[in-house]
Write a protein that binds this ligand. Structure first.
Ligand code: ZN
Length: 327
């Protein structure tokens, strides 16, 4: 759907001003990033005068009834970036857990490539991060909390086994309202739920009409989530490599080599990292080098839309660096 003319100049302006705001925020991370986010929200609010239900600064853990149609409309990408040119191996990089550690999440937004950001909907600044991602022409996902094995805590408003269709629907609509403009969703934790056929059937039945793609984070090797999503007609893929399952620089750099190997061997690699100091340090050095070496960073949404490759099953698609179950 074409953007209406009244708004035609706003995305570029919003992107530029938001980029300036965030550059300023980046200079003084701990002190400045909240101000940068607030400015970005003001700009984004001006940009989407057609979205009267946007609530600005929702508080933590609050279910807010919203008009889903509005956010479905917002889910159309406002800015299309121009990476992915050429024909080198494709690297799809998703940064998970955005919003949990705010300063490091902000630093992650500065990573110099077309990567995707999976935002935890139950974090206080989730909408602001969604706007920040969108203002920079990047791609946002909903990082949907799901029930893990054992007694790990997925946080408030997680998808859990045994929830009714109505409950799951409510959680999905709430999550969309918390991450406006998201193009897809992936699981945060979920090593129990992604094995649960009944729960996955309810989830993807409810998700069918949302227009979101699904990325299986593969927190359990036997996950059936991506296959179930695809059976429901949802564009889906599975994570190949966790960058920082071992939070040590040597291990992270080895995973980056594994990503390159996977991409060169199979044409593409789907990697997930987290906004931690060592991961960010490694990615900040590696991304420009990888691009210089001919690798192309493409968002998962763009890649899925272009290729529509059959989903790789988590249990059979284990790639170098797959460490087994992980929440
Ligand atoms: Zn996570």
């Amino acid at each position: 759907m074409p953007r209406r003319s009244i708004n035609s100049a706003m995305p570029i302006l919003a992107g530029s001003i938001a980029a300036m705001a965030f550059a300023m925020g980046a200079i003084a991370h701990d002190a400045g990033y909240r101000r940068g986010l607030s400015l970005a929200v003001e700009i984004a609010e001006a940009e989407r005068i057609e979205a009267p239900v946007f609530t600005g600064l929702p508080t933590r853990d609050v279910f807010e009834p919203t008009d889903r149609e509005t956010f479905t409309r917002l889910a159309e990408p406002a800015v299309t970036t121009a990476t992915g040119r050429g024909d080198g191996p494709v690297i799809i990089l998703v940064m998970d857990d955005i919003g949990a550690e705010e300063a490091r999440s902000m630093r992650a937004l500065d990573l110099p490539a077309d990567i995707s950001f999976a935002i935890l909907p139950n974090t206080e600044l989730a909408p602001e991060f969604a706007v920040a991602v969108r203002g920079r022409g990047r791609e946002a996902l909903i990082h949907m909390p799901m029930q893990p094995q054992g007694d790990g805590d997925p946080g408030p408003n997680a998808l859990m086994a045994g929830q009714s269709e109505d409950q799951v629907r409510s959680v999905l609509e709430w999550a969309i309202s918390r991450v406006p403009g998201a193009r897809g969703f992936n699981n945060h934790m979920g090593s129990a739920l992604t094995l649960d056929v009944a729960a996955m059937d309810v989830l993807f039945t409810q998700a069918e009409t949302l227009g979101l793609y699904f990325l299986d984070s593969v927190t359990a090797p036997q996950s059936i989530a991506a296959e179930m999503a695809e059976n429901h007609g949802i564009l889906a893929a599975s994570r190949d490599i966790f960058i920082d399952h071992v939070n040590e620089l040597d291990a992270i750099e080895a995973q980056l080599r594994a990503i390159e190997f996977e991409a060169e061997t199979r044409g593409h690699a789907i990697a997930i990292g987290h906004p931690r100091d060592l991961t960010l340090q490694a990615l900040e050095a590696w991304i420009p080098q990888a691009e210089a070496d001919g690798f192309r960073f493409v968002t998962l949404g763009d890649w899925l839309a272009e290729t529509r490759e059959p989903v790789r099953l988590a249990s059979s698609g284990e790639a170098p660096g797959f460490p087994g179950g992980s929440d």
